[in-house]
Design a protein around this ligand. Structure first.
Ligand code: AMP
Length: 770
């Protein structure tokens, strides 16, 4: 039977667990419960690179730090220009290279390893892949589904990227579960039933982050009340404090003026080996200090002094020294806990327990600081703090599976059954006792859409329970508007963060012809239990004209959308005339169609050839608009000639025109700029043949009819009847005096109308208003 498991995909370590009757952590292929979240990419001659994951990758960290990726979770869903990422680059923590992705916008992010670019999702998927494969080997069954935990502060994009990583690893995600909720479940808070509600503060202090969450458990629901913490504070920072101490002590003992330069100047492989050894020895000592009162950090014969002689590092670290070192960090940690409590307007007595999980919460000084502040009884340390989150995820994955465990006899009961087939226990009546509780998550931020003049419209408010959706009707700016650019954003910590764009091309010319009043667009923004955002938009009066999908932010199509937006802004600045604008709009719709296929909506994989095609189409649209050599107005004109006055054109000439139109259309879609111009000329040459002189004249009068329809209905009717009379006379096959007279009377009027027509630039509208 296929299995479903729980995965704690951590910054430093990852853990997998499964719940059968009891919850068990699944050992990896190295026989360990914890898999370091570390990936080494190894170049292979003539072959795809090899990925080494976990403990073995940590070993490569010494030899190939530039190809070994640690803490990829910090980069998930992040942009290269994010201050957090820039901070990471500027700090000393990052030994591999990151840049913006060559296939993405300046905001995208690529990790460089073994001479290739990888997205954080791709690297993260390698960790998940190992967990899946190892779990399958250990369990002897296929593992196809998982509950994966994510930090409570992950935004939609970061969650989406986690889903993508799972999809790339071949795992279905049955739920993305906030880590604090998983921790609370592993403490058994779900056994609280009926009216006995309780409120807990989950204190998750891991390798990279401090994650705080207040959860209320009541009536079979877990409700997130508030969250906080510091995503840049964890065990690694504690290691750095000890490293600084060890280096300062060594410098003092060995009388070295500048120990950092000394390390920097060691031969590269020696330096890397030393730094890795230092880190590992410091971490071991830190862990040892949780159970002992003193420890030693020792590294023998690795560093060379200025004369090239090896010397040893031997530094003693006592618990009191360590506690003193930690004091400022502990103070800010307590402040962060206070901030979360006051953020939800709670007092301490409303918090029943502070639940400690994460490896760093084992540190006695951490436990003591919390006990001193909130009272000894309130603070509970998990028995297995580093495994708690995976265990919580496993419990939920089990509940979400097809079978549940009977509270009466412990046997398996199909989920849809009310009564246990083994012991007759009324499973349905004991939903809460059995632990089948609902987890209610809420929206973490406000969601806005940007309207005309940069106005913001609130679509979904923070703290709305998930899943939720909001439907609003907006108006286009203009009756003839053919493009709508919907831009969405969040407000996170008072800062606007774009969550992506969606474009609608209204290419149903029948609709536009019919429309008399400004069309209305109905937009529905939905957020599911996993915080995944999707948008549906359609014209209220013409529901078939619409678009739906997830948003583009940070994906390869974002860069294409940005250049498209740029080309439209430029066109508006230059004020192109109507013909150019019509042509550009037609091209834009075709470009949007191409862009839509660029990113696979499930795996996020990029179709390179479509990406290039879209890029080329945008460049061509810009050149054609600048040159004024429009294709589509020429095609529309030729088609309109045949449609309206085909009876005046010989069948042979009609066939030649149709063939030219077809070739021009194909070349315009796929060909180069030069080929397009050449084909345009060939069509123009046929249309210039003398046999079509009369038809051009009729087309000119028809243009005047079109203009007068809006401004002078009587004149429109007069021109219309002139067209009918002319056709009638032309069909008779002779050019008569009556025709001459009619033309002499009509044409000066027609020319007056056409000359008066405002040929000033036409603006391309893409906005909405409420
Ligand atoms: P986690 O992110 O929950 O896997 O926690 C990993 C972090 O916990 C690493 O920084 C470890 O060094 C740290 N850690 C693990 N065990 C202990 C311990 N007994 N005492 C102090 N820190 C620990």
């Amino acid at each position: 039977m296929k299995k479903t498991i729980g995965i704690d995909l951590g910054t430093t370590n990852s853990v997998a667990a499964i719940k059968k009757v009891h919850t068990e952590v699944i050992k990896n292929s190295e026989g360990e419960q914890i898999t370091p979240s570390c990936v080494t990419v190894r170049k292979k001659a003539m072959r795809a690179p090899e990925f080494i994951v976990g403990r073995n990758a940590l070993e490569w960290l010494q030899q190939e730090p530039e190809n070994t990726i640690t803490a990829v979770k910090r980069l998930m869903g992040r942009n290269f220009n994010d201050s957090e990422v820039q901070e990471l680059i500027a700090g000393h923590g990052l030994r591999y290279k990151i840049t913006s992705h060559s296939k993405g916008s300046t905001n995208s992010l690529a990790i460089h390893a073994a001479g290739k670019e990888f997205t954080p999702d791709e690297i993260s998927s390698k960790i998940l892949e190992k967990i899946k494969n190892d779990a399958e080997a250990t369990l002897g069954d296929e593992v196809d589904t998982a509950v994966i935990t994510v930090p409570a502060y992950f935004n939609d994009k970061q969650k989406h990227r986690t889903r993508t990583a799972a999809a790339l690893a071949g795992l279905k995600v049955s739920r993305l579960l906030p880590e604090p909720t998983a921790a609370a479940i592993s403490f058994g808070v779900d056994t609280v039933s009926g009216d006995e509600g309780c409120t807990v503060l989950v204190f998750d202090f891991g390798g990279g982050t401090l994650d705080l969450s207040i959860l209320t458990i009541s009536g079979g629901q877990i409700i997130e009340m508030g969250k906080g913490g510091d995503m840049w504070l964890g065990g690694e920072d504690i290691d750095s404090l000890i490293i600084d101490h060890v280096l300062a002590e060594t410098a003092r003992e060995e009388e070295i003026d500048d120990i950092h330069s000394l390390i920097e100047n060691q031969e590269l492989s020696r330096k890397n080996r030393f730094l890795a050894e230092l880190k590992s020895s410091v971490e071991k000592s830190k862990i040892a200090l949780s159970d002992r009162t003193e420890t030693f950090i020792e590294i023998f014969g690795l560093l060379l002094d200025e004369d090239g002689d090896a010397f040893d590092i031997e530094v003693e670290l006592k618990r009191e020294q360590f506690d003193a070192m930690l004091a400022p960090m502990l103070a800010s940690m307590v402040r962060l806990v206070r901030d979360v409590i006051s953020g939800v307007h709670f007092t301490d007595d409303l918090i029943d327990n502070i639940l400690l999980v994460g490896g760093s919460s084992r540190i006695p000084a951490v436990i003591k600081a919390l006990q001193d502040e909130f009272g000894e009884k309130k603070v509970l340390l998990h028995d297995r703090p580093m495994l708690a989150i995976a265990e919580g995820a496993a419990i939920l994955s089990h509940r979400l599976g097809d079978v549940v465990e009977c509270p009466g006899c412990g046997g398996e009961v199909a989920r849809e059954k009310d009564i246990c087939p083994h012991c007759g226990f009324d499973v349905d009546a004991h939903m809460v006792d059995k632990g089948l509780i609902d987890i209610v998550h809420t929206v973490a931020h406000d969601y806005y859409i940007t309207l005309e003049n940069d106005e913001r419209f609130l679509l979904v408010e923070k703290n709305t329970p998930l899943p939720c959706s909001s439907t609003e009707v907006f108006q286009l700016i203009n009756v003839e508007q053919e493009l709508v650019h919907m831009k969405f954003h969040n407000v996170v910590n008072d800062k606007e963060e774009s969550i992506g764009d969606l474009w609608l091309g209204i290419d149903d010319t029948d609709v536009l012809d019919e429309v008399e009043k400004i069309p209305q667009l109905e937009i529905t923004l939905s957020i599911d239990e996993n915080n995944l955002v999707s948008v549906e938009a359609s014209l209220l009066e013409y529901p078939s004209v619409g678009i739906s999908g997830t948003l583009s932010r940070g994906k390869a199509d974002e860069k294409l959308f940005l250049s498209l937006e740029q080309s439209i802004n430029d066109a508006n600045k230059k004020g192109y005339d109507e013909f150019v604008v019509i042509d550009l709009l037609r091209r834009t719709r075709s470009i949007l169609h191409t862009i839509r296929g660029v990113v696979d909506s499930v795996t996020g994989e990029v179709d390179e050839s479509l990406y290039k095609q879209a890029e080329a189409k945008i460049t061509k649209a810009v050149i054609i608009a600048e040159s004024g050599e429009t294709t589509y107005t020429k095609i529309y004109y030729a088609e309109a000639m045949i449609d309206s006055y085909g009876m005046l054109i010989s069948p042979a000439l009609k066939t030649r025109i149709s063939k030219r139109i077809e070739t021009l259309r194909n070349v315009d879609d796929d060909g180069s700029y030069d080929q397009t111009i050449k084909e345009q000329q060939k069509l123009a040459d046929i249309l210039n043949e003398p046999d079509l002189d009369w038809v051009h004249l009729l087309m000119t009068i028809e243009k005047a009819v079109e203009i007068c329809h809006k401004t002078d209905k009587i004149k429109a009717a007069q021109f219309g009847s002139a067209i009918d009379k002319l056709i009638h006379l032309l069909m008779k096959g002779e050019e008569s005096v009556a025709m001459e007279e009619l033309l002499q009377k009509t044409m000066p009027e027609v020319n007056k109308v056409l000359d008066a027509q405002d040929r000033a630039g036409m603006e391309i509208h893409t906005d909405l208003r409420k």
